[in-house]
Design a protein around this ligand. Structure first.
Ligand code: PLP
Length: 397
């Protein structure tokens, strides 16, 4: 028998605000009614604000982030095209695997899990590619498996320095709506995300934005696609309709979630994620533990992967958290299984929720054999949150 709420600190699906859940509780609607489209036209334009793009064309596919990966590839590339990618964690690994399955020639640079995108190596490869054989560069903005955020602007700079015309694909599934994401400034051609992370919704929407250059490429791209065809969407979306049955409830939820984000202000949302994450990192330090991310400049503000001490199995920490304390932490994926547990701190979250995560992590760590001092992480995070609140109050005076 479980009492109370399940404390959900996995990096997705994230907590759905009560008002968003309520907003999805609507009767089924006539998807061909003359007034059905109005809701969606505004959704497309508000998603552009979140992605910080003026020119991008937004697509909403029933599916998940993985579906949006596939839509991005199949609409803009040709079988056998060479693409440049790095494998730095489970999600970049899966994207590379998909690219191979779809018949792309993947030039995969392997880096240690915990490192970010190897921009210098990308720059070398791009500079050496005088014949322009590399058709696309894929980057995972925030590697959710390791808690590492890569510098997309630096990848764009590398493309420019090489005078290279490859398309820039960016996986923003665990960054869009939480971290600073600048589609236009960074010249992102295909920006991929999903509904169940920063956007605070259930899973079910694969969200994609394509630049003018990506749309141009889609006109001649020969990779096979049917369900995900851009053109079918573009024609219907113009008036707010879809080529097949849309997940209406999710779209109502998206309306409410976007309202909340825009009311809080995108910059404030980003600052809140940074503040909350800083507290979590202070706690990890106070415990005497290490995060998986190697470079402090790349620490993720949406998820922290925490290495457990030698002799402790992170799977025990997670199981004890769940069974004993009704608290969900993220697991170590692939080679990190047993070595790390992850705290997702993205979406609809506040200081109190982070402090709960940290206090239950202290209990679970100790029960699993890691000797961390009770209250040490909580106190360290409280100090960060208190100092931040004090500086905000001073600035307001
Ligand atoms: C969650 C996640 C995905 C997979 O998205 P789904 O919605 O589960 O298909 C891809 N990339 C990153 C970085 C993620 O965090």
């Amino acid at each position: 028998m479980r009492t109370g709420i399940n404390h959900l600190y996995i990096p997705g699906p994230t907590n759905v605000p009560e008002v968003v859940r309520q907003a999805m509780n609507v009767p089924m609607q006539d998807m061909r009614a003359h007034d059905f489209g109005a809701l969606h036209i505004a959704l497309f334009s508000d998603l552009k604000k979140v992605l910080r793009t003026a020119m991008g064309q937004v697509f909403l596919f029933p599916g998940s982030g993985t579906g949006a990966w596939e839509a991005a590839i199949t609409n803009t590339l040709n079988p056998g095209d060479r693409v440049l990618m790095a494998q730095a964690g489970q999600f970049s690994l899966l994207w590379a695997e998909m690219a191979r399955r779809l018949g792309l020639d993947v030039d995969l640079i392997e880096v240690e899990w915990g490192a970010g995108c190897p921009v210098d190596q990308f720059a070398e490869r791009l500079k050496a590619d005088k014949a322009g054989q590399i058709k696309a560069v894929f980057v995972t903005h925030n590697e959710t498996a390791t808690g590492v955020t890569s510098d997309i602007g630096a990848v764009r700079a590398a493309l420019e320095a090489a005078g290279h015309g490859a398309l820039l694909f960016v996986d923003g599934v665990s960054s869009v709506g939480c971290l600073d994401f600048r589609m236009d400034d960074w010249g992102v051609d295909l920006a991929v995300t999903g509904s169940q992370k920063g956007l605070m919704l259930p899973a079910g929407l694969g969200i994609l934005a394509a630049s003018t250059k990506a749309l141009e490429a889609s006109k001649t791209a020969t990779m096979r696609r049917a369900y995900f065809e851009f053109n079918d969407q573009i024609k219907m979306n113009a008036t707010g309709y879809f080529p097949y049955t849309p997940p209406t409830q999710l779209l109502h939820g998206l309306r409410k979630a976007l309202d909340r984000m825009l009311e809080e202000g995108l910059d404030a949302v980003i600052a809140r994620h940074h503040r909350l994450a800083s507290g979590v990192r202070a706690a990890v330090k106070a415990w005497g533990l290490e995060v998986c991310a190697m470079d402090p400049a790349q620490y993720s503000d949406t998820v922290t992967a925490i290495r457990v001490p030698a002799g402790v199995d992170a799977r025990d920490v997670i199981r004890i958290g769940y069974d004993r304390y009704n608290c969900s932490f993220g697991s170590g994926l692939g080679p990190l299984a047993g070595k790390v547990f992850r705290i997702g701190h993205l979406g609809d979250l506040n200081e109190g929720m982070c402090l709960t995560a940290l206090s239950l992590a202290e209990l679970s760590l100790n029960a699993a054999g890691a000797k961390v001092q009770f209250g040490s992480g909580v106190a360290a995070a409280q100090a960060v949150y208190a100092a931040d609140a004090a500086s905000v109050a001073m600035a307001a005076e």
